[in-house]
Design a binder for this molecule. Structure first.
Ligand code: FAD
Length: 456
């Protein structure tokens, strides 16, 4: 608890059954799932002016719906599908293979996605508050959790029977006293990335000149001849908007996103790197002669900070063994994708694939903070080791975690049980009714450009 805030003097804004902190892909799904029955008062609070978190702040591709390789299976379903279906209605998606083989991604228009999140949240009757940041937490004698927020109106508190931490940085768990690991403490943390979007790229010319393979080669030779490019690799892909590309290439390491001075430094460095790439692309890459940056990510992309210790901790061994725990709430087939320095000190990215069937299940206990009675933790701060997190942090999986937590919170209210005591069979029944995937499906998914929703 923050000592300078006198909790008794902070006005009460209202009481909620289920409060979700953070409207990223995990938080939006948690709120939508929690309000499925239209039985509980559900509130979703977000510090920025739009929903989506990383999905709309910096990205444009959902990974994790499909397994990688030549026999793709669709392994996430339910409410996450409804988001993609909405985008599909207006022609705002296409499927594309991942440059480095992490499986087919669902490429979307991130600006349209903000609208879709808004519409889904409002249609579900969720109390939605933007530009509002969680700053403190205390436990009330009544058993409710009191969450103190700050916005331009001042400080206020919301009393909630159940809380889902979807803040990405585990702000709620940190303030409520749950234990966690900070990325970088035990193992090197994943680096941060400012993504950027460029317009006026002649993609036909780019492809005719060799496309991504040509780009990789040119970046490599440029670095070797002493060009100030930050690194030799990076992912460039077309967007839904004609002639526009999105680039994930900037790499800022060895700074903590939890320390504001370091995060400031990271933002400045990320922007600097983005414009070095712009200069390089325009000068050296066929098709980019008239291109320019039209948008930097809303903030630098943060891959990991706090990872909460849960009732269960997903480990590298679980992933590599294709472990299917009985109480699984979602499936994942993404490789461990590690963005950090290699042994030779080079800043590149390493992939380690899931062997065998290429899929593992994620236990319900990974979204329940250890010793938690009434809270859950979802998305990039869920309970996993560094390596396991590097596999299970794609947005299809973070949405699936949110879906499970929202249903679990509602179940725990219905049966008056603690988070860890929620009957996983009831939870799985509800997940399956919504369309979640808990067994590896047999049919192959159609991963052609317009194949969303079809099987081969
Ligand atoms: C650079 C980068 C590239 C990536 N590439 C891909 C990709 O191509 N495809 C893919 O599937 N995955 C990708 N990932 C991983 C994936 O995007 C994230 O793991 C996932 O989006 C995390 O979702 P989340 O909901 O847990 O967190 P976030 O999306 O970070 O959402 C957390 C939300 O909580 C809000 N918040 C934070 N603190 C507070 C507070 N105190 N009070 C109120 N609100 C708060 C934030 O503003 C944010 O909206 C990438 C990640 C990064 C950083």
């Amino acid at each position: 608890m923050l000592e300078f805030i006198s909790h008794s003097k902070v006005p009460v804004w209202g009481e909620m059954d289920i409060l979700v902190v953070g409207a990223g892909s995990a938080g939006c799904l948690a709120a939508l799932a929690a309000s499925q029955q239209r039985k509980y008062r559900v509130m979703l609070v977000e510090r920025y002016g739009f929903p989506g978190g990383t999905s709309t702040q910096m990205l444009d591709t959902f990974y994790g719906f499909y397994t990688p390789g030549d026999s793709p299976k669709k392994i996430v379903g339910g409410l996450p599908d409804t988001i993609v279906n909405e985008l599909n209605k207006t022609g705002d998606i296409f499927l594309r293979p991942n440059t480095y083989g992490a499986g087919t991604g669902v490429n979307y228009n991130p600006e349209r996605l903000k609208l879709v999140w808004d519409q889904q949240i409002m249609a579900a009757g969720i109390q939605f508050l933007l530009h509002t940041t969680l700053v403190d937490v205390s436990l009330e004698e009544s058993g409710q959790t009191s969450c103190i927020f700050w916005n331009k109106g001042g400080f206020f508190k919301v009393k909630a029977k159940r809380v889902i931490d979807a803040s990405g940085d585990a702000d709620f768990c940190h303030l409520a006293g749950f234990s966690y690991e900070i990325a970088g403490e035990l193992e090197p943390a994943q680096s941060m990335t400012t993504t950027f979007r460029m317009s006026h790229v002649d993609l036909d010319k780019y492809k005719a000149a060799g496309g991504n393979a040509m780009l990789k080669e040119k970046m490599k030779t440029a670095v070797e001849r002493g060009h100030p490019l930050p690194r030799k690799e990076g992912s460039v892909h077309e967007m839904c908007q004609t002639g526009c590309v999105s680039t994930v290439a900037v790499k800022v390491g060895d700074l903590s996103a939890l320390k504001p001075e370091e995060l400031t430094q990271a933002e400045i460095e990320g922007r600097k790197q983005a414009f070095i790439y712009e200069r390089f692309f325009r000068a050296e890459i066929p098709g980019y002669e008239s291109a320019s940056i039209i948008g930097l990510s809303h903030q630098i992309g943060v891959r990991e900070t706090r990872r909460v210790y849960g009732e269960v901790r997903l480990s590298k061994e679980d992933c590599l063994a294709g472990h299917m725990p009985e109480d699984r709430i979602l499936l994942c087939g993404a490789p461990m994708e590690d963005h950090r320095k290699g042994k030779d000190g080079e800043d590149e990215t390493a992939w380690q694939y899931i062997p065998g069937q290429g899929v593992y299940g994620v236990s319900y206990g990974t979204i329940v903070p250890k010793n938690s009675e009434r809270s859950w933790v979802v998305g990039r701060c869920f309970s996993a080791t560094h390596d396991a997190h590097a596999s299970c942090r794609s947005m299809a999986q973070t949405m699936a975690m949110g879906q499970a937590a929202g249903l679990a919170a509602a179940l725990s209210l219905e049966h008056d049980t603690a988070a860890a005591q929620v009957d996983h069979r009831l939870l799985q029944d509800q997940l399956l009714r919504l369309g979640a995937v808990l067994e590896i499906p047999t049919p192959l998914a159609d991963t052609r450009r317009d194949g969303w929703g079809s099987l081969l």
